[in-house]
Design a protein around this ligand. Structure first.
Ligand SMILES: [Cu+2]
Length: 357
């Protein structure tokens, strides 16, 4: 009888656990895939002014390898990696970024990862709670760690990461109802991220989440990665070299310059066309940075202002691997410039438009 009651109690606890949405598993199927990426599909036109690219701009879209490169990107699949998920209109702005991973406090994030690229890869998350086996970064093998898994995945391999979402991964007292963290491959960190293996995790404050974990108090969310993709430092430089015309010496400074892609989500000179919203909406912007010393960016929105943790601004700043969450209430319709305000980066194409209807 005692035993029966015990197993009954265990069954009730198990039932409560699976029925309790506070313990939900947020399950994703994400692969690292090789794709041919185009930084400026509008070529030969610059979307910002509808005119042909100038000689100065052609350095970044035509010279050297040009505008199309082999890259590694994270892509989302249906369960069991059966089919590639197509992106909807609201995800168009994500560009080269991987799928958005969403959760709230108490959830467990479960990411089934498959490496379809020719190099080892991983998913290393920022902010959430992980053990060393779920870190997605190589460990020192000098300290008796030889047999401990680290989440680094060989070409063709698979791995399942499990990440917790405690309070310390969620918005703090001065944050809005959701915040962004970066995830990226961390085998050869610099080469992996320059190859394109990067995405965002959005954690919504407990009590503010909808069933899909988006925040209930905003109408629209956008993510922008301000980063200079350095194709000189990409995993795929050697593979991309045969596509080069003219000046193709990896040691030549002009060739190196042509491989610096100053983009917003990997798109230059207005080619990110997904930032579309309506007047009066509550719009949330998540800004991500990545890169090296040149990656000090100052995103600027024309025609609107934003709130960042209680401070008003129309320009913010972001450094490599840092993130910011800002809220906007657009009040003037228009097609507004949205660009990095660093002069050198403006000239190199770190700009696009956002549209208020
Ligand atoms: Cu910049």
């Amino acid at each position: 009888m005692q035993k029966k009651l015990g197993s009954m109690a265990a069954f009730i606890v198990w039932l409560a656990l699976i029925a309790n949405p506070a313990c939900a598993a947020r399950e994703y199927w994400i692969a690292a895939d090789e794709v041919q990426w185009d930084y400026a599909p509008s070529f030969p036109l610059n979307v910002m002014n509808g005119k042909e690219f100038t000689a100065e701009q052609r350095v970044f879209v035509e010279q050297g390898i040009g505008r199309r490169y082999l890259k590694s990107v994270y892509r989302e699949y249906t369960q069991g990696f059966r089919t590639l998920k197509q992106r909807g209109a609201e995800e168009q702005h994500l560009g080269i970024l991987g799928p958005v991973i969403r959760a709230t406090v108490g959830d467990e994030i479960v990411v089934h990862f498959k490496n379809n690229t020719r190099f080892p890869a991983s998913i290393h998350p920022h902010g959430v709670r992980y053990t060393m086996a779920n870190e997605g970064a190589p460990h020192s093998h000098t300290a008796g760690n030889e047999h401990q898994p680290d989440g680094v995945v060989a070409p063709g391999g698979e791995y399942t990461y499990r990440w917790g979402v405690p309070e310390r991964a969620a918005p703090g007292p001065n944050d809005p109802s959701s915040i962004a963290w970066i995830y990226h491959s961390h085998v050869d960190e610099s080469a992996d991220t320059n190859a394109g293996l990067i995405g965002a995790i959005i954690i919504t404050k407990k009590g503010f989440e909808k069933s899909d974990r988006t925040p209930a108090d905003v109408d629209r969310e956008f993510i922008s990665l301000f980063a200079v993709f350095d194709e000189n430092a990409s995993l795929h430089l050697q593979t991309n070299l045969p596509a080069c015309n003219g000046l193709c010496d990896p040691d030549n400074e002009d060739f190196q310059e042509s491989n610096l892609k100053h983009g917003i989500n990997g798109l230059v000179y207005g080619n990110n066309q997904g930032y579309s919203m309506r007047k009066g909406e509550r719009v949330r912007w998540y800004i991500l940075g990545m890169g090296t010393e040149v990656d000090l960016h100052s995103p600027h929105w024309h025609g609107a202002t934003l709130l960042h943790n209680g401070n008003r601004l129309d320009v913010t700043e972001v450094l490599p691997a840092a993130t910011k969450t800002l809220d906007m209430r657009p009040d003037v319709a228009g097609e507004w410039m949205y660009h990095c305000h660093v002069n050198d980066h403006i000239n190199a194409g770190m700009m696009t438009n956002f549209i208020v209807q």
